[in-house]
Design a protein around this ligand. Structure first.
Ligand code: GLU
Length: 419
């Protein structure tokens, strides 16, 4: 697995976006200071036994950025590039993501610095259980609710739910979301992030007069988010002309057979050896002529180095933080519309919210009901921020932050600060 090189702090970039929006809102310096500090950053050692016998120790994090609007909420990432800085940025983004779609949650994120593919299934289970045990006092349905992110799965959530429940001496399904259906997961949760990406993308394409039928789509990253988004676009008759994952990028001007690519990944774990397109570099993929580019992998892939060469008309951020502020300014200048991460990929946490609510009620919804409510949440809030963007003459990103910050600050003023 490649580890991204980061010369500027990811959290630093995230704060830049926050400030651009906060400058346009009348928020007092105290509120600004509070909202640019994480509430709690936790670092834990995770000793675990290798199958072969030796003891090794990993480092794990949980950052609970903000609790103003409800329990902290956000995924857990297993990746060799995980750092406290990255987890803090991701927790910061979760705060605004939950607020922009009006969920009763604060923001959090967790991570373990590990390549999960270097662990056996039983090692992965031991790492997960020890990590969960280290966080036992600070997570819970009313405190902080983890979920999957890059490198974690419904099975990992099942182990966290079980570890937590064993300590609590009772079943607590609502301690995590993104669980398998049989343990109190929600129908539609696995597909929710990719579905949400396509919902806002198709809505914006319509606004821009881009027909879904035949539209050329490029998807960077073919994990849960990228592959499902690609399937959803393909179902609308769009042409997915390039996809990529850790093994490389694959291009086919006639359109990639997404079902075949998904089947290939299911068999081989990655796209390596995929014959449905010619191999190109990751850089070439990002710079292809297309209507829609969906970065759906990691942070900082669109930077000042390549932004001028990006030819998409619309960028939809399936990943968290794929665009640096410098690149974002170039896109604004060049008239490339960007649907920012905090709304574009909010479908996942929205259905996590539905899962949490279903667990608490002990009553489960039909998939059609989940999908309908998801579309309603995404489109209602997207319309709100798009109107604000037009009224104020700002980018969709700045408008998204403005809506989110305004909601969090309103809560803060109503509650007052215990200071
Ligand atoms: N990891 C996902 C995200 O970045 C989902 C978080 C959640 O469902 O809590 O939005």
């Amino acid at each position: 697995m490649s580890v991204p090189v980061r010369d500027v702090s990811v959290f630093g970039d995230a704060i830049t976006y926050f400030n651009e929006a906060a400058n346009l809102l009348d928020i007092d310096p105290g509120a600004r200071a509070l909202l640019t500090h994480p509430s709690r950053q936790i670092t834990v050692a995770i000793p675990f036994q290798r199958d072969a016998g030796g003891l090794e120790v990993l480092t794990g994090y949980r950052v609970q950025y903000n609790f103003l609007r409800g329990p902290a909420k956000g995924g857990i990432r297993y990746h060799p590039g995980v750092t406290l800085d990255e987890v803090t940025a991701l927790a910061f983004w979760m705060t605004w993501k939950c607020a922009v779609v009006d969920l009763p949650f604060g923001g959090a994120k967790g991570g373990v610095t590990v390549d999960p593919t270097s662990l056996s299934e039983s090692e992965l289970e031991r790492v997960t259980r020890r990590y969960a045990a280290e966080l036992i006092e600070v997570i819970g349905p009313d405190k902080d609710v983890p979920a999957p992110d890059v490198g974690t799965t419904p099975q990992v959530m099942a182990w966290i739910m079980d570890t937590y429940s064993m300590h609590a001496r009772q079943n607590v399904p609502g301690v995590v979301t993104g669980k398998p259906l049989a343990l109190g997961g929600s129908r539609g949760r696995v597909e929710a992030t990719g579905r949400g990406v396509s919902i806002v993308a198709l809505d914006q394409m319509e606004q821009m007069g881009i027909k879904a039928q035949g539209a050329r789509i490029v998807v960077q990253g073919f994990g849960n988010v990228g592959s499902i988004a690609a399937e959803m676009f393909a179902a609308q008759g769009s042409r997915i002309i390039a996809i990529s994952d850790v093994s490389g990028a694959y291009h086919n001007a006639k359109g990639i057979d997404i079902a075949a690519a998904v089947a290939h990944c299911a068999r081989n774990r990655t796209l390596a050896g995929f014959q449905g397109g010619e191999q190109i570099s990751n850089e070439q993929l990002l710079e292809l002529e297309c209507e829609v580019l969906v970065p759906a992998a990691l942070e900082k892939v669109l930077t000042q180095e390549n932004a001028e060469r990006v030819k998409a008309r619309l960028i939809v951020e399936g990943a968290n933080g794929p665009t640096t502020p410098e690149a974002d300014h170039i896109f604004n200048r060049n008239g490339i519309v960007v649907i920012p991460d905090i709304i574009a990929n909010a479908g996942g946490v929205t259905v996590s919210y539905f899962e949490w609510a279903q667990d608490r009620a002990g009553y489960f919804w039909k998939e059609s009901e989940v999908n309908e409510r998801l579309a309603d949440v995404m489109l209602t809030n997207f319309a709100k921020l798009r109107t604000l963007a037009q009224q104020r003459g700002v980018s969709l990103r700045t408008a998204a932050y403005m809506v989110a910050i305004d909601r969090v600050v309103t809560t803060m003023h109503l509650r007052g600060v215990y200071a």
